[in-house]
Write a new protein. Sequence first.
Length: 341
Amino acid sequence: MSIGVASDARGRRERRPLKQLFLIAFAVLLSGCAGVQSALDPAGTEAEAVATLFWVMVAGGTLIWIAVMGGFYYATRIKREPHSERAAGRLILWGGAVFPVVVLTLLLAYGLSLMPKLRPWTAVAEEPALRIEVTGEQFWWRVTYHRAGEDPVVAANEIRLPVGERVVFTLKSADVVHSFWIPSLGGKMDMIPGRDNTLTLEATRTGIYRSPCAEFCGSSHALMVFSTVVMEPDAFDDWLAREARPSPGAKADGLDAFLRNGCQACHAITGTEANGVIGPDLSHVGSRDTLGAGILQNEIDSYVALIRRPDVIKPGIRMPGFHGLPDEEIETIARYLKGLE
C-alpha cells in the first residue's frame, strides 16, 4: 500500500508542471483578447464586425472539428457489425462531405453579409466632413487633416479622431509598400507607391490605441508605429484648431540652435523659418503621445538620443546623426522641441 501511495504522489507531482504550463499558455492566449493593439477588443464599428466574424468562424470550425473527431471515434471504437460498410459510407458522405460543405457555405454567406460594413467609402458629390491623408515612409507616418473650407493641418506619427464620427482615410506610400492598421478600430489596408487607397473607420470608444505597420518595409519595420488617440468631438475640434496655430512657448535660443544646425532642411515647424518636407513635421511635437514613430516616450532624454544617434535608435533611418555636436547644443534643441506643445 505504501508503494502505491508513493507512486500516486509521484504521479501528481509530475503532472503539476504540466498543469502550470497549461495555465500559463491559456493566460497568454487570453492576454491577446484585450489591450491597445487587439482586434478582439473592438473600439470601432469595423473592428466589431471583424471580431464577430472571427468568433463565428471559430464556432464553425469547432463544429467541423467535433464532427471529424466523432467520426474518428466511431471508426476506431465501435465494433464491426453487419452492414457496417454501408453505415461507414453514410458517415463519410454526411459527416465528411455534406456537413462541412453546409457549415463552410453558411460561414461564407455570413462573411459576405458583413462586407457592406467593411467596404471603403466611395466618392460622392459632397466632401466628407473629415478626411485624413496618411503617407507611409521609411520609417514614419506623415499625417494631414483635411476639412472642407479649412487649410490642411500637417502632423506626424500620431492620428487623432473624434469618437462616433465616420472618418475617411486616404492612404499613400512615398517609397515601399507599407500597411495601415489600427487593430482596435478596423482591418488593415496596404499603402502602395503610386496608388491612393481609401478606408473608412468609425471609433466608438475614446482611448489611445497602438497602430503598427502591418507590411514588412525594411530594417526598422518593427519600429514603425503610431498612436491613435480617440477623443470627444469637442475636444478633437479644439485640438485641431490648436494644431493649426504656431506652437507656443518656443524659446529663441532653442530655435536658433535648431536652425543653426540645418534641421529646417528636413523638418517643418509652423510659425518659423523651418519648412522642410523630407522628415516628420515637428509642429507641436511636444504634445504627442510618443516619439520616434511610437518607439520612445516623449521625454527630453528621448529627443537627445534621437538627435545624437538616430541610426542606433532606428536602423536604416535617413536622418543623419549629430553626435559631433556639444552636449549643451543637443540638449538646447531637445528642450526646444519638447516645449513645442
